[in-house]
Design a binder for this molecule. Sequence first.
Ligand code: SAM
Ligand code: DTB
Ligand code: SF4
Length: 336
Amino acid sequence: MENSVMDDSRRDLRFDWGRDEILEILDMPLIDLMWKAQNIHRSNNIYAVQLASLFSVKTGGCEEDCSYCSQSIYSASQIKNHPQYDVEAVLKRAKVAKDEGAERFCMGWAWREIRDGNSFDAMIEMVRGVKKLNMEACVTAGMLSQEQAIRLANAGLTAYNHNLDTSPEFYENIISTRTYQDRLETLERVRKAGIDVCCGGIIGLGESKDDRASLLQVLSNMNPHPESVPINALVSIEGTDLESNKEIDSIEMIRMVSTARILMPKSKIRLSAGREKFSKEAQILCIQCGANSIFYGDELLTTSNPSFEEDRQLLKEVGVKFNTDFGSKNSAVFAK
Ligand code: SAM
Ligand code: DTB
Ligand code: SF4
């Protein structure tokens, strides 16, 4: 894009971050890293946290072999599979989430890829319904074709979540049934259709610091940056290959969030899975260093999350704004 027509707010963004400089940031003395991230956050965003509720529209029976996931047919996890909920039931849940203060409603399907037909038609209706509630709508349902992305865009989908999970180098230790390239191609289709990209990863899979830097390099070299970047801490679920992985130290999460904020100053950095294991103080530090969205509601997909009540209490204590006024992207109001 030529400078003369470049949106002012994008002028300072960089898309050429190198591996070594990212590693250097990830490894900074914590106190300096947090200061740098906080400064960048303050000069690019207001202190507001977006509340995104998650609902599992179709649970279990997925053909992929993601080794962290309880919903894979390859896992021995004792979860309750559930066929796709109908449109009405999903919209009821969205309304409850809205009444609790959520601004975004994220719908998840345990699919390897979206197939055309009744289920996809229903997904389109769900997106329309969520938008009618004046909420942002997000879908995560595996790979999708260009035509499907365009249909979702026409239905008003705000964002599509498709994570890279880890570095290109470590990826094949975690998933063998689809490639990193497959994921990148889905993300390109989402971008091309004009839908916001929600793309992040997981820490605690057994990856090295280099892998974390490498994942952050792929994300921060996307132009534009993903509009939202979920950072998940592995929830080690019984029956999955990663059930015995060591719990991630919250300091690692703070480092990851801070570095993501420095590299992608304007993206929404979402504190995602694993938040239940972090103390209030650790979560507060993440927010201070740039996390500006959380999954909000008692359940994620197959695991639990802090309650609506606990989270509202936490955010009030921190004094950040939440419950965005939908009139403008940047106008948040203090919760009453
Ligand atoms: N099936 C779709 C897909 O994988 O694209 C959508 C749902 S999938 C559960 C969405 C994301 O949740 C995964 O890509 C992964 O990053 C995250 N996730 C799944 N299980 C997790 C776990 N046990 N701990 C942390 N993150 C997890
Ligand atoms: C994302 O990055 N994390 C969410 C959402 N996108 C779909 C999913 C977390 C799942 C945690 C494990 C579970 O509940 O099964
Ligand atoms: Fe399937 Fe998604 Fe779970 Fe992978 S993460 S097994 S694609 S539901």
